[in-house]
Design a protein around this ligand. Structure first.
Ligand SMILES: Cc1ncc(COP(=O)(O)O)c(C=O)c1O
Length: 398
């Protein structure tokens, strides 16, 4: 008799397919699509960073490194916090270099959740947080950011109602993908107090920290939660080189956390990726050291793109777009749309414009779409013209 065919694990089956990917995969098989669905620009990594990677390889950075990353890279990240936020971190004990922001999320979540635990996730949010919680055999409890006028906010009452004896973690993203919402100081205080009172870990995804428009100058960071938290607080910050330095393909990030969590994440790293690639880490140090001018130019350009898109969307009937303070996304709500995936599919097929469906971002996302405005102006202008034409068709809103 044949043995029963083995199946993939229940926890692997519980992880849903990314609906952003699903749409992108359709677009990849098509010609002439204006692609605004992924969170990246078409600007290549600056030359000085590429040269640093080549030099690092030539200098012998081709071997294994420490699980927590090269001491020089950790020190560079600690310096970064001192300079940008006035926060003193111990690079050796409180920082772990990771092979991307996603990996930082992964190892952090793995360190704080046991099977059966719950994690509150503020949404609409990039779907990976909730998916990684599922991969840990735990349950994401999604709480939507309510929209008050032109601004999203944090619903502390809903958070209180969502806490159960199994809740161990709260995840939020600021600046947010897809909302562009940036937590105010008051909201940071509220979240921190909430987590302290309930004995929860607070995980702040701050990968868009440098793409912030409310500062006095382009490149000024959105305030990190680390300015508010003490080093004894159960706080984890997830970071990445992807967005600030146009390094999406390099897979380099870090986490900053209480020293016991950082030590545990270091230990787990051995069994996940061991460490981030050695020459990539060296290139990351160079990015932190010399990246300010390019970064400021990029943020100024992004702000112009944001304003251009906001103005164009403002002329489309039934389209309501909260003004974002950070990241590089707009999340317009489109009157009459109840199936954002179908709306985006039709827009793709009929107009060759690829944007991400709001439903991909969890609770509170349906009825909206995400537009990444990191592309060149000419692409954005043409995409918005096509979106407007599409919305003028009576059957467009599904
Ligand atoms: C909110 C958020 N967190 C983390 C990441 C991960 O970035 P990476 O894995 O490229 O470092 C992304 C990427 O899109 C993101 O949008």
């Amino acid at each position: 008799m044949l043995a029963m065919a083995p199946k993939v694990s229940g926890s692997a089956q519980a992880v849903p397919h990314s609906r952003i990917r699903e749409l992108a995969e359709m677009a990849m098989g098509m010609e002439g699509v204006l692609k605004l669905y992924f969170g990246e620009s078409n600007v290549p990594t600056p030359e000085y960073i590429k040269r640093a990677a080549i030099k690092a390889m030539t200098d012998g950075y081709t071997f294994y490194t420490e699980n927590a990353g090269l001491p020089t890279t950790r020190r560079a990240v600690a310096r970064h916090y001192k300079e940008l936020h006035g926060v003193e971190l111990d690079g050796e004990k409180e920082i772990v270099i990771t092979a991307s922001g996603v990996q930082a999320l992964n190892v952090s979540i793995r360190c704080v959740l046991d099977p059966g635990d719950e994690a509150i996730v503020l949404t609409p949010a990039w779907p990976n947080g909730s998916a990684i919680v599922r991969m840990a055999n735990a349950t994401p409890v999604e709480i939507a950011h309510p929209l008050a006028g032109d601004r999203y906010r944090v619903d502390l009452e809903a958070l209180e109602a969502a806490v159960s004896p199994r809740t161990k973690l709260l995840i939020y993203t600021s600046p947010s993908n897809p909302l562009g919402w940036v937590a105010t100081e008051e909201e940071q205080d509220g979240l921190l107090e909430f987590c302290r009172r309930h004995g929860l870990w607070l995980l702040a995804d701050e990968v868009y920290e440098r793409l912030y428009f409310r500062g006095g100058r382009p490149g000024e960071p959105a305030p990190s939660i680390l300015r508010k938290a003490s080093r004894q607080d159960a706080v984890i910050v997830v970071q990445s080189f992807s967005k600030s330095y146009c390094m999406t393909g390099w897979r380099l990030g870090w986490l900053a956390a209480r020293s016991d969590l950082a030590a545990r994440a270091t230990r787990l790293n051995e069994f996940i990726v061991s460490h981030a690639p050695s020459f990539t880490q060296r290139a990351g140090e160079t990015a932190l050291l010399w990246g300010e001018k390019t970064l400021a130019e990029m943020v100024a350009r992004l702000k112009e793109n944001r304003d251009l898109c906001l103005a164009a969307l403002g002329n489309m009937p039934g389209v309501k777009t909260p003004k974002p303070d950070g990241a590089f996304y707009l999340f317009p709500k489109i009157e009459g749309v109840t199936d954002s995936f179908e709306f985006c599919r039709k827009l793709l097929v009929e107009m060759q414009v690829g944007i991400a469906p709001g439903v991909a971002f969890g609770a509170g996302g349906e009825g909206s779409v995400r537009i990444c405005y990191a592309a060149e102006r000419t692409i954005l202008e043409e995409a918005l013209r096509r979106l407007k034409r599409f919305l003028e068709q009576p059957a467009a809103r599904v």
